[in-house]
Design a protein around this ligand. Structure first.
Ligand code: HEM
Length: 531
């Protein structure tokens, strides 16, 4: 028998045994509030101690969706020692994220958040409280302002040109394009130029050694952040940790920290050199996010933010900004190539709004309503992550007439929301049909957000709503507009459009199981590709 399986089985057995001794009294106490039996939401039957943990497979968002269609819009689960609820319903989501935002705006302190987000000292994974508030304020007031984002428009334009040129070079060589690679490089370069003032892909990149290290750690970071780690639900599991997850987290934590230390040192040296050369302070437009953070005053009379705060913020932005937009772009490209009718309509719109004698620029993006519907439809079927980042209740409350205890973990299933047949009538929830989002003639711009009906939820809502949503939308629309304006796309040789594989893999973000390969054919005059 597989030795890894044996060690996992032994760990499970020992965990259950030791749990019997320690946890049962706590569970018995928790089943009541003020002596009254809790009226919990309905949910599937659970095993002693592990609860519903063993009912979650490799695609937990699909398992939780199945529970919702069986038990109702709000489902209670017991995951080891943790109370949890899940929903795929717009009314329940609105209740949790807007009407009871105060009760549900926190985050659980998972082991990954402790090790990989500087002890939950960041924005995205931090429990609600003064520290989160301050870090979020720094993001909103200094990093993600319209002015600051506009100041990087020329970088984004350059990266869009690189994207088109790299695809063009491959098409000229008759090569199939791996869209995961090119879209990943586009997003990552945009993000690292804005955050760190450097790029890791293509000409002008920061050396292959550093790029390799950066890609290595971000890859490991993403996979650890996406993991469902049993130790978060069965604390005694951590004694055995048969897969060595915690050890891996500590190793990645160390490598990530060394990388951020190097980045901050470089920025300090650059600043000092500039000061020694008697150059004036930076113009605001020249500053990347690390420069901005190094120039902000700290608390309690301290001159600067603490390094650890800067590292936590940078870490968050890399994780939150890069993969989300590249995963969305790959799904959108796959669905459009799978539906040649949709590709034709995108191109007709681009030819009418932009024309064929110049490249798309950011000012065009607001006028591309059909493409905006394509992005909404992509978010409906393939939200960047299958769940919002888990929320946690700070106090006991009631939702839809049911008790929800304090410290309940909340899984908002955005994947299931977009495919919920009670929400999307017509029986075609698995069909990619952007037209369903079109507004009546003269209805204005199609917005890419949840709107009043909460039928899609690409960026969350309420206090923890994504602060980078406008920028994320620009990354996504820019790449798609440029790639469909410049090229006609067909599937890799030998594949019909319908045969493109759109199965997903679970993680913090939810990419396609296999990278998308496709063949581009230029459709514009030659000079558009070289300018
Ligand atoms: C297409 C691109 C993007 C998508 C789909 C996306 C989606 C999301 C979602 C679903 C959340 C969780 C909301 C919740 O838990 O209620 C989130 C949080 C967050 N996002 Fe984004 N995001 C994108 C781009 C960005 C960008 C470009 C940035 C910053 C440069 C960013 C920064 C953040 C941060 C800091 C949080 C945590 C907010 C908090 O917990 O207070 N995101 N995002």
């Amino acid at each position: 028998m597989d030795p890894q399986f044996l060690s996992i089985a032994a760990a499970l057995f020992l965990t259950i045994l030791s749990s019997i001794l320690f946890v049962i009294p706590i569970i018995i106490k928790k089943g009541k509030v003020d002596g009254r039996k809790l009226h919990l939401p309905p949910g599937p039957p659970r095993w002693p101690l592990v609860g519903n943990l063993l009912q979650l497979g490799p695609l937990p968002h699909r398992d939780l969706a199945a529970f919702c269609s069986r038990y109702g819009p709000l489902v209670y689960l017991r995951l080891g020692t943790v109370d949890a609820v899940t929903t795929d319903d717009p009314d329940v989501i609105r209740e949790i994220l807007l009407r009871q935002d105060d009760a549900f705006a926190s985050r659980p302190r998972t082991l990954a958040a402790v090790h990989l987000a500087y002890g939950c000292g960041d924005v995205a994974l931090a429990p609600v409280g003064p520290r989160w508030k301050r870090m979020r304020r720094i993001c909103m007031e200094h990093l993600l302002t319209t002015r600051r984002i506009d100041s990087f428009a020329h970088h984004r334009a350059q990266e869009a040109r690189h994207l088109v040129r790299s695809v063009w070079a491959r098409s000229a060589a008759g090569e199939t394009v791996n869209l995961r690679d090119v879209l990943g490089a586009f997003s990552m370069n945009n993000v690292t130029r804005m955050l760190l003032g450097k790029q890791y892909f293509g000409a002008g990149s920061a050396g292959p050694g550093e790029a390799m290290e950066f890609m290595g750690i971000t890859h490991e970071l993403f996979s650890l952040l996406g993991l469902i780690y049993p130790g978060d639900y069965l604390p005694l599991w951590r004694w055995f940790d048969p897969q060595g997850c915690e050890k891996k987290m500590r190793l990645v934590e160390k490598r990530v920290d060394e990388f951020h230390t190097m980045i901050i040192d470089e920025h300090r040296k650059k600043k000092k050199k500039k000061n020694n050369n008697n150059k004036k302070e930076y113009h605001s437009e020249e500053m990347d996010f690390v420069d901005v953070l190094l120039s902000l005053p700290g608390e309690d009379g301290k001159e600067d933010l603490e390094d650890v705060e800067i590292k936590a913020l940078i870490q968050d932005m890399i994780a939150a900004a890069s993969d989300t937009s590249s995963v969305t772009n790959e799904w959108a490209m796959a669905e459009v190539i799978k539906h040649p009718r949709v590709q034709r309509k995108i191109q007709e719109e681009l030819d009418s709004v932009v024309g064929r004698d110049r490249a798309v620029d950011e000012s065009d993006l607001g006028h591309l309503n059909y493409l905006r519907c394509v992005v909404r439809e992509t978010f409906r079927m393939h939200p960047a992550g299958p769940f919002l980042i888990p929320h946690e209740s700070t106090r006991a409350t009631r939702v839809m007439g049911y008790d929800v205890p304090a410290k309940t973990r909340v899984f908002i299933n955005t994947h299931a929301l977009g495919r919920n047949p009670r929400v999307w009538d017509g029986g075609d929830v698995d069909e990619f049909r952007p037209e369903r989002h079109l507004l009546p003639e003269g209805g204005g711009r199609v917005e890419i957000g949840h709107g009043a009906d909460f039928r899609i939820l690409p960026f969350g809502a309420g206090k923890r709503k994504c602060p980078g949503a406008p920028l994320g939308v620009v990354f996504v629309l820019t790449a798609l507009a440029r790639l469909f304006h410049c090229f006609e796309w067909t599937p890799a040789a030998g594949l019909t459009p319908e045969a493109i594989d759109t199965t997903e893999v679970y993680g913090m973000t939810m990419p396609m199981a296999n990278p998308l390969l496709a063949v581009p054919k230029p459709r514009l005059p030659r000079d558009i590709y070289s300018t």
